[in-house]
Design a protein around this ligand. Structure first.
Ligand code: ATP
Length: 448
């Protein structure tokens, strides 16, 4: 209740606490659950889709809208198959895979500790593994009725290749001059050998990617610019700075065309893991697509008449992985003075799925409380709840990260005021009903 104070406070320790909250409260749960699920595929429920949309909108706002030098697109998931020859995916996008002859499971050869777990379970100390074989991670499909090889296509394993395919068209249509970028958010598909760690490694996921094209003399400057910008974004999302770091790739980790690469990593309960990559890809992409399409994607400097292929700085963030980091970071269990405990998600108000819950103290107050919530609904995602004791209703909102609860009580009828309770501090303000919308706007939509 209102007088509760937290005595202790602990963070997420095991992923299963989060997995169970996500399923129970409708954030994320297995796809096709009634059929037993399908490994590596997840559905976002009513709260999960709000969180994800809020994240995507924030990214779009920051990377596309607030800048005059980045254009957005939304390209098709299936691209011309030559795209993947040019990008190198048909030939190289594979993981070494081994099969365990005993348990029949398949593992990535570079993640053999999993195979260790399998043999331990089987009670054997020896791995009975096949030799590593290369396994292409692209999902293939057929276009049209014919089943011949010419009709074979792929679900994109990353969203960025269409940004290169569209480079010339977008540059001309938008009349952008170098340096400028093209961005999009969309689904990508990888037939991962071992999907795991909840949504962290899935077979269908969303990426938000941006390719920034610049003159060769400016590549270092733009790489540093985007590395700093992207790190700032993750801080602004409210992720604990102690659990965020950048990791530069060593020279032997870099793809041959890559001059520099930095991962943004978050410390999950299962360790430090990549959530975003920032890469200096040189002129590899546009040169390869020029070669494979036969269309020259180079640019002429109008003043010097110099002809060159633009360099590319890429930023590539996983939306699902970032949502997972946000949820894992926000999860807190507090013991309260009264002996009760509460679970709360300390999500940034801008990301919170529900911004405000309207809670009449009694069902008799339903009518004016509905009028209030219907008014707020035009602007915020509102949850209305008039069932059960008020303490329990607060707890239900805390657990899904709702930053504010508005309580309509018997005095509200006379004084035209309501009580607004804040999630983290549990502090309460008495606010005039006319001022509620402004009060919330100032707190859930802070200036970017
Ligand atoms: P990993 O090494 O973890 O497989 P990656 O280096 O192959 O990732 P990229 O190809 O750089 O990843 O993809 C960019 C971003 O897309 C990653 O930082 C991640 O957030 C997201 N991503 C990649 N693969 C997956 C996946 N299987 N499930 C969820 N998100 C993914």
């Amino acid at each position: 209740m209102a007088s509760d104070r937290a005595t202790t406070h602990r963070r997420l320790e095991r992923m299963d606490e989060l997995v169970s909250l996500c399923a129970r409260r409708g954030f994320v749960f297995p796809s096709s659950e009634i059929y037993g699920g399908i490994n590596g595929f997840w559905d976002y429920g009513p709260l999960g889709v709000e969180l994800k949309n809020n994240l995507k909108q924030w990214w779009w706002q920051r990377v596309v809208r607030e800048r005059s030098d980045v254009e957005g697109v939304d390209s098709s998931i299936i691209a011309h198959p030559r795209t993947w020859d040019a990008s190198g995916h048909t030939e190289h996008f594979s993981d070494p895979m081994v099969d365990c002859r005993a348990c029949k499971k398949r593992f990535r050869a570079d993640q053999l500790e999993d195979a260790g777990k399998c043999s331990a379970r089987e009670g054997s100390s020896e791995h009975d593994l096949t030799e590593p074989r290369s396994f292409n991670l692209m999902f293939s499909t057929m276009i049209g009725a014919s089943e011949d090889a010419a009709a074979q296509a792929y679900l994109r394993p990353e969203t960025c290749q269409s940004l290169f395919n569209d480079f010339k068209r977008v540059r001309e249509a938008s009349r952008q001059k170098l340096p400028f970028g093209i961005a999009q958010i969309g689904k990508a598909f990888r037939n991962e050998i071992n999907p795991r760690n909840f949504t962290f490694r899935s077979r269908e996921f969303e990426q938000a990617e941006m390719e920034f094209f610049c003159h060769p003399s400016e590549r270092e400057r733009w790489f540093e610019h985007w590395r700093d910008e992207r790190m700032k974004f993750h801080h602004d999302l409210g992720l604990d700075p102690a659990r965020l770091r950048t990791r530069s790739h060593a020279d032997d980790e870099l793809a041959h065309y890559c001059k520099a690469a930095v991962d943004v990593e978050y410390e999950f309960p299962f360790g430090w893991q990549e959530i975003e990559g920032i890469h200096d890809r040189g002129d590899w992409d546009l040169s390869r697509h020029s070669e494979y399409s036969g269309k020259d994607l180079g640019i002429t400097n109008p003043e010097t008449k110099e002809r060159f292929v633009p360099m590319v700085i890429e930023t590539s963030v996983g939306i699902d992985r970032t949502c997972l980091a946000i949820l894992a970071d926000a999860f807190v269990v507090e013991e309260l003075e009264g002996g009760e405990s509460r679970t709360l998600l300390q999500i940034h108000p801008r990301l919170a799925p529900i911004k405000v819950a309207v809670l009449p103290l009694s069902k008799k107050l339903a009518e004016p409380a509905h009028t209030l919530s219907d008014g707020l609904r035009k602007r915020f995602n509102v949850f209305y709840d008039d069932a059960g004791n008020i303490g329990r209703r607060y707890r239900r909102q805390d657990e899904v990260g709702t930053p504010f609860c508005v309580t309509y009580d018997f005095e509200s009828v006379d004084d035209g005021c309501v009580t607004i309770r804040e999630r983290d501090s549990m502090s309460q303000d008495r606010v005039s009903i006319d001022a509620v919308s402004r009060y919330l706007t100032e707190r859930v939509e802070p200036a970017a």
